[in-house]
Design a binder for this molecule. Sequence first.
Ligand SMILES: [Zn+2]
Ligand SMILES: [Zn+2]
Length: 154
Amino acid sequence: MNKTQINRPSNRPSNRPSNRPSNRSGQCLCGKVSYTIYGDCRDIVLCHCQQCLRFHGYHGAYTAVARQDIKIADTAQKLAWYQSSAEVTRGFCNECGASLFWSKQGLTTLSVAAGSLSQPTKLNMIAHIFTEQMADYDTICDDLQQYDSGLQST
Ligand SMILES: [Zn+2]
Ligand SMILES: [Zn+2]
């Protein structure tokens, strides 16, 4: 498979509309954890891995932002982190259970669950990853790029 480079937050092609209409924001279901994004967002990647299935209840959908470009507001201290593998922790609200973040050690970006973003996001879906772990009831009905495993560095 031809693994074309996925757009990184800091390296967007110029022929696409700006990905930064204004600062984006988002929140969990109960609203006790919220965030504001001050920089560009990567377009959305759908992750079919087993861990996303269990964490999200279905495949995961994530944008990614430079860590310094996101400010998380958690005054009620409801944001909890679950270490789902040696290098990965997943952030969720321990009041409402909403899944919010995916963080891998050593990456300069933080992945943000697309469903937590407030509309309009002005983002596009660009790829499916970990398709070899896809649930047997799931079907890909689009012509986006598909990858057996994860992205190189996002
Ligand atoms: Zn919540
Ligand atoms: Zn996943």
